[in-house]
Ligand binder design. Structure first.
Ligand SMILES: *[C@@H]1O[C@H](CO)[C@@H](O)[C@H](O)[C@H]1NC(C)=O
Ligand SMILES: *[C@@H]1O[C@H](CO)[C@@H](O)[C@H](O)[C@H]1NC(C)=O
Length: 360
C-alpha cells in the first residue's frame, strides 16, 4: 500500500466526484464499518473547511497552502507546513462533526449534558448544551488517523500533528453563561462550553506553526536497524514534545523558488499588499517578504474597471446611470530586469540586508 500515506484520504474524499479517484473513496468506505457512511459527508466538509482556513492563514506567506500541498507528493515530506495541513484538517473534521452533533444533524449524538446540574464554580452550575467535542474527537480520530498506516517516524509525526489539531479545537473553546435569579440579578448562572469560531482555531494553530519544533531522532540508533530500536528512538524523541506542539522532520524547501518536482510555484506573480487601512504588520510587510526578500521586485499593475454610477431614477420607471471607470492598483512580485534565472545571487534573507531591498 505504497500509495496510502499522508493525506491520501483527504484527496480521495475531496475528489469523490472525480471518476479517476472514485474507486479509492469507494474502497475507503466499503472497508470501514457501515455506520461511518453516515459521517462521510461531514468529514468531507470538515476537511474542506480545514483547507480553506489554511489558505486564509497563509495568504501572505511565501508558502500559501497551494492545492499541491494536500496532494500526494506535496506531503511526502514532513515539513513545518505539512504539520499545519495535518493539524488544521484533523481540527476541521472534528469541528464539523461536533457542530453537527450539537445541531442535532446526527441521529446518535447530541449535546454533552453529562455535567449538567453540577456545580462548576463559584455561583454557577453546568447547564444547557455543551458542545460534544469528545464525539467529534473520536470520529475524527477514526477517520483521519486510520489513514496513517506506516510504522515509521513520518507516520508518528503525522499522527501527533493530527492530535495537536484536535487539541486546538478544545483549547479554543469558551464558556458561555446565562444569568438567573430574581429579575436577572445573576445570583445564579448556568454555563456551558461552546466551540469558538473556526477562525480562532486557525489563528491558534498558525501560532503553533510558527513555534513548531523539529523532531530530533537519534539517527545512530535508527541506523542500527532493528524495529524495536527504531520504535525506541521514536518514543524517546517524542518525550520532549508537548501534545499541543506541532512537529516536523525536514526543513522546508525554499518557497521563493518554483520547484515543480515539489509542486511549488514560487512567489513570482504573487500579489502583495502595501497600503490600505487596517492592515496588520504581517500584511504590510508582505511585499518585502514575498518579493524583495526573494530577489524579486514589486511591480505595480493598474487595471481599469468600468461600472455603473451616479444612477438617477426617473418617474416612472427608468434608471439612468453613467459609466464610471475606476483604476485598481495591484502589487505583484516580478522578476528584475535582465535577471534571467539567476536571482539567487541577490537573494536577501538576513535583517542586515533589508534596508537595501525595502524601497520600491
Ligand atoms: C454537518 O454540518 C455541515 C456544515 O456545518 C453541513 O453542511 C452538513 O450537511 C452537516 N451534516 C449533516 C449530516 O447534517
Ligand atoms: C527542488 O527541490 C529538491 C528538494 O529540495 C531539490 O533537490 C531540487 O534541486 C529542487 N529543484 C529546483 C529546480 O530548485
Amino acid at each position: 500500500m505504497e500509495m496510502m500515506h499522508s493525506l491520501f484520504w483527504l484527496l480521495a474524499l475531496l475528489h469523490t466526484i472525480c471518476p479517476g479517484q472514485a474507486w479509492l473513496a469507494g474502497n475507503l468506505l466499503m472497508t470501514g464499518p457501515k455506520a461511518y457512511l453516515t459521517y462521510t459527508r461531514s468529514v468531507q466538509i470538515g476537511a474542506q473547511s480545514g483547507i480553506e482556513e489554511c489558505k486564509h492563514q497563509f495568504a501572505w506567506d511565501r508558502w500559501n497552502c497551494p492545492d499541491s500541498a494536500i496532494q500526494l507528493k506535496g506531503l511526502r515530506r514532513a515539513t513545518r507546513e505539512s504539520s499545519f495541513v495535518h493539524a488544521i484538517s484533523a481540527a476541521g473534521v472534528m469541528y464539523t462533526l461536533t457542530r453537527n452533533c450539537s445541531l442535532g444533524d446526527l441521529d446518535n449524538c447530541g449535546c454533552d449534558v453529562s455535567r449538567n446540574g453540577k456545580i462548576g464554580g463559584r455561583g454557577w452550575l453546568w447547564g444547557g448544551c455543551s458542545d460534544n467535542v469528545d464525539f467529534g474527537e473520536r470520529i475524527s480520530k477514526q477517520y483521519v488517523d486510520a489513514q496513517e498506516t506506516g510504522q515509521d517516524s513520518r507516520a508518528a509525526v503525522n499522527l501527533h500533528n493530527n492530535a495537536a489539531g484536535r487539541l486546538a479545537v478544545k483549547a479554543t473553546m469558551k464558556r458561555i453563561c446565562r444569568c438567573h435569579g430574581m429579575s436577572e440579578s445573576c445570583s445564579v448562572q448556568t454555563c456551558w462550553t461552546q466551540l469558538s469560531e473556526f477562525r480562532e482555531v486557525g489563528n491558534y494553530l498558525k501560532l503553533k506553526h510558527n513555534q513548531a519544533q523539529k523532531l530530533d531522532i537519534d539517527k545512530k540508533r535508527m541506523r542500527a536497524g532493528n524495529s524495536a530500536d527504531n520504535r525506541g528512538a521514536i518514543v524517546d524523541a517524542f518525550s520532549s514534545v508537548a501534545p499541543t506542539d506541532l512537529i516536523y522532520l525536514e526543513d522546508s524547501p525554499d518557497y521563493c523558488r518554483r520547484n515543480t518536482s515539489l509542486g511549488l510555484y514560487g512567489t513570482e506573480g504573487r500579489e502583495c499588499v502595501q497600503h490600505g487601512e487596517a492592515l496588520s504588520q504581517w500584511e504590510r510587510r508582505s511585499c518585502r517578504r514575498l518579493c524583495h526578500e526573494c530577489g524579486l521586485r514589486v511591480e505595480e499593475r493598474r487595471t481599469e474597471v468600468v461600472s455603473s454610477c451616479n444612477c438617477k431614477f426617473h418617474w416612472c420607471c427608468t434608471v439612468n446611470c453613467e459609466d464610471c471607470s475606476q483604476v485598481i492598483v495591484k502589487h505583484v512580485c516580478a522578476r528584475r530586469e535582465g535577471d534571467g534565472h539567476s536571482f539567487r545571487r541577490r537573494y536577501h534573507r538576513g535583517p542586515s540586508s533589508l534596508s537595501k531591498s525595502v524601497n520600491m
